[in-house]
Design a protein around this ligand. Structure first.
Ligand code: UDP
Ligand code: MG
Length: 329
């Protein structure tokens, strides 16, 4: 079975067309399927539509949040409830056209365990396009793992991958990052992102900034290291300053018409402030390193994900099969 997880927040305008286009696209898949809607606390008729559709088509299922928890939480809930052997995540607004899902399934049948969509073109404002462009490039440079460029949450995942993803306990979820983190055989499928089919974008600027920050902070410790880096630069500058003031004094240079001999004490104050500032930043950076490690532990991602295990009884039992079978005799 194939599951399609769709978070929806105030999407009454697009849902009927979405369900109709999905259902007709699904006829070609040759698989049974379910559509898992997650109503993220909508204030319009979104939930009514999901309920009506469920009565008509039992393969339409729904989860309704008690309030707006945000897109990533909605995706997480949908993934936890999906029962398929392969699971899609897509937007409700038809920016991800249902007709191309067949291509994902084809790749999945070829043996890829994650097929993620890579946007070649997007029909959005210049500001949004530029921000996305910069964000993904920055994320790729800073993140400790390789997060593919220009790929959002639109993807298909195999059950194996999904089980690993669902097991991760962290609360601030940046699903596209976690999907990359989990690994397995991944394939990037290029597609053209359409314009929203109806209604207003539900991702406000504030929510987008929140998402971007979450992605950077959950997958990079660079911001924490920034303090040590700045501290080193500033403390280093104070040493250069020391040499400079020394020469300034000896050769009695004039800077902006001033001689250092006319302003006694300048060098002392200047260098002390720089040096102490640098030391403070370096120590904050050291604290940052520890906080980074605490953060890693709190996220509680496993240290590894094993793809296959051979010669052991069960994947949870680390003893070799032979020793286990001897014991049980
Ligand atoms: N969405 C959601 N909760 C939110 C914001 C958005 O479930 O708080 C859903 C929305 O209904 C849509 C998807 O997330 O299905 C993407 O939202 P949107 O189209 O506004 O984002 P964009 O395409 O502009 O990135
Ligand atoms: Mg959209």
């Amino acid at each position: 079975m194939i599951s399609i997880v769709i978070p929806a927040y105030n999407e009454e305008k697009v849902l009927p067309e979405l369900i109709q286009r999905l259902s007709s696209a699904a006829k070609d898949w040759g698989d049974s399927y379910e559509i898992v809607f997650v109503d993220d606390g909508s204030k319009d008729r979104t939930w009514d539509i999901i309920r009506e559709q469920h009565k008509r088509h039992p393969y339409v299922r729904g989860i309704r949040f008690s309030r707006n928890f945000g897109h990533q939480s909605a995706v997480t809930a949908g993934l936890a409830h999906a029962q398929g052997d392969a699971v899609f995540v897509m937007d409700a607004d038809l920016q991800d056209p249902p007709e191309i899902l067949a291509k994902f399934i084809e790749k999945w049948r070829e043996g890829y365990e994650v097929v993620y969509a890579v946007r070649m073109k997007r029909k959005e404002s210049i500001f949004k396009k530029a921000s996305y462009f910069l964000f993904y490039r920055m994320l790729q440079r800073l993140a400790e793992i390789d997060i593919p460029l220009d790929s959002g949450d639109f993807c298909l995942m195999d059950r194996k991958v999904l089980d690993e993803l669902n097991r991760l306990p962290e609360k601030h979820r940046f699903v596209r990052g976690l999907r990359a983190w989990v690994g397995f055989k991944q394939y990037g499928l290029a597609y053209e992102r359409h314009a929203r089919q109806g209604g207003e974008p539900k991702y406000t600027l504030k929510k987008l900034i929140g998402l971007a920050l979450n992605g950077l902070l959950s997958f990079s410790s660079f911001p924490l290291r920034l303090a040590s880096l700045l501290g080193l630069i500033i403390a280093g500058t104070s040493f250069l300053g020391l040499i400079f003031f020394f020469l300034y004094r000896i050769f009695d240079w004039k800077l902006f018409g001033y001689s250092i001999r006319a302003t006694p004490g300048t060098a002392t104050i200047f260098l002390t402030v720089l040096f102490l500032g640098g030391i403070q930043l370096i120590t904050i950076g050291i604290i940052g390193e520890y906080i980074g490690r605490i953060f890693e532990e709190v996220k509680a991602r496993p240290t590894y994900v094993a793809r296959d295990v051979i010669g052991f009884c069960a994947s949870s039992d680390p003893r070799p099969a032979s020793s286990v079978s001897e014991e049980s005799v």
